[in-house]
Design a protein around this ligand. Structure first.
Ligand code: ADP
Ligand code: MG
Length: 343
């Protein structure tokens, strides 16, 4: 009995010591054309953050559209020939294909040449002629992509752009790294792609601010939601755009028209619980549902097998939130938006 008590006490001591010495680590990384933040508490937080940085750079090397040495660039320059690539990228392309199919083509990584024609790949923006866009659209569609175990063939003229899914995929890889290093609380912010591990270290929920699309350069929020153990990904027309002749053109292209999606939305946030969905899923769906617009997006939400919730911000000043986030939603009175819960 005495021994048991001694053991118990030792157990408590270790727990207390661990409590005092909870590791904390964070890093800021510039990659994938955006600023990324990684923060971890508990477990081997320092190792986790280091590994996360390395992983982000590894993925950038593999998936970049602008680095001529990346596997994506090799595929895009293949001129119709089969190219040997890592199995990892084959399965990511395969997964992208499933989102394409599920969203009726609203999400489509083969939109790449059209994205480039608008100048979004190289930041040399221009409004292309519709005839040129139409010609490019002939090579858009996953039917132009053939996958083997570690080989990809793109038909001549077809290119891929994983920009609509890469950061979400990176957040999934970071989730695995944080788990491996027993991180207890953490936050990963990859340019609009959020991963939350546990609660905040003080035990309260993380507060996620949904950027007010009307004030892209201010700390202004259209909504705030309280979340734990979740992925949340935002796609918005305010994230990358240019102006010409008084008109604004943004970077999310409707594959049906080859033009920036004009769906009445200014941002779409897709939220899922860790375990129910992935960062990759949220990233693909946020892009796709932005293309679809409010009505179709809500219809998709109601009918989909994917487990997720939505925060839509509309051009006409509404924030539309699906039922599952009702409790989590903190309306921001100063925002000027009106709030609607839909089911
Ligand atoms: P961000 O990259 O700003 O986080 P998204 O996840 O919404 O935003 O992805 C937009 C990027 O995806 C574009 O910059 C482009 O590279 C690519 N893209 C644009 N339109 C589509 C589309 N309809 N389907 C798939 N990818 C797209
Ligand atoms: Mg996306």
């Amino acid at each position: 009995m005495k021994r048991l008590i001694a053991l118990l006490t030792a157990g408590v001591m270790i727990a207390l010591l661990a409590g005092c010495r909870k590791q904390e680590a964070s890093a800021q990384i510039f990659a994938m054309d955006t600023v990324m933040g990684v923060t971890a508490y508990g477990g081997s937080a320092e190792k986790a953050v280091k590994a996360a940085e390395e992983e982000i750079l590894r993925l950038e090397d593999m998936l970049s559209r602008t680095d001529p040495k990346s596997q994506v660039s090799r595929l895009n320059g293949s001129d119709g020939a089969a190219v040997a690539v890592d199995e990892e990228i084959v399965s990511l392309i395969r997964e992208a294909g499933t989102y394409s199919q599920a969203t009726g083509g609203a999400f489509d990584i083969t939109i790449a040449p059209v994205v480039a024609a608008w100048g979004f790949t190289t930041d040399t923006y221009q409004v292309p002629e519709q005839a040129d866009v139409d010609a490019l659209l002939a090579a858009v569609g996953m039917e132009h992509v053939t996958l083997a175990e570690s080989q990809v063939t793109l038909e001549r003229g077809t290119e891929i752009d994983l920009g609509g899914i890469a950061k979400g995929y990176a957040s999934d890889k970071l989730e695995a790294i944080f788990e491996e290093h027993q991180v207890e609380h953490g936050m990963v912010e990859l340019g609009g792609n959020i991963l939350l591990i546990g609660s905040k270290p003080d035990g309260t929920a993380w507060r996620l601010g949904v950027q007010d699309p009307a004030k892209p350069n201010e700390a202004a929020y259209a909504a705030i939601v309280q979340l734990e153990d979740a992925f949340a990904v935002t796609s918005g027309s305010y994230q990358r755009y240019f102006e010409q002749d008084g008109k604004t053109y943004h970077h999310i292209i409707d594959p049906a028209t080859g033009r920036p999606a004009d769906s009445g939305l200014t941002s779409v946030t897709v939220v899922t619980d860790r375990g129910s969905g992935s960062g990759t899923m949220c990233d693909a769906l946020s892009t796709a549902l932005f293309v679809m617009g409010e009505e179709q997006a809500l219809e998709f939400w109601r009918g989909s097998d994917y487990a997720f919730e939505l925060i839509l911000v509309t051009e006409d000043g509404r924030v539309v939130v699906t039922k599952g986030l009702e409790e989590a939603l903190m309306e921001t009175k100063e925002s000027g938006y009106t709030y609607e819960i839909v089911s």
